[in-house]
Design a protein around this ligand. Sequence first.
Ligand code: TRP
Length: 73
Amino acid sequence: MDTSNQNDFFVIKALEDGVNVIGLTRGTDTRFHHSEKLDKHEVMIAQFTEHTSAVKVRGRAVIQTRHGEISTN
Ligand code: TRP
């Protein structure tokens, strides 16, 4: 399996209290496996991994990836 995409780091910066960063499982079964709550000004640095292929962000945040920066609004 090509795992070169699994080491990418991304940064999530919370712009309000209670931002949720939810990790979804890699593979045929796509489900939530982890939820992290960030308060305003908190930053999370994470990777895509063998276990995590997608991430859902709920709440106001700025997300930086190698593909660019996006803010939820
Ligand atoms: N144990 C998870 C993993 O190795 C931890 C993790 C990595 C994670 N990236 C994440 C959790 C992104 C939530 C969101 O895959």
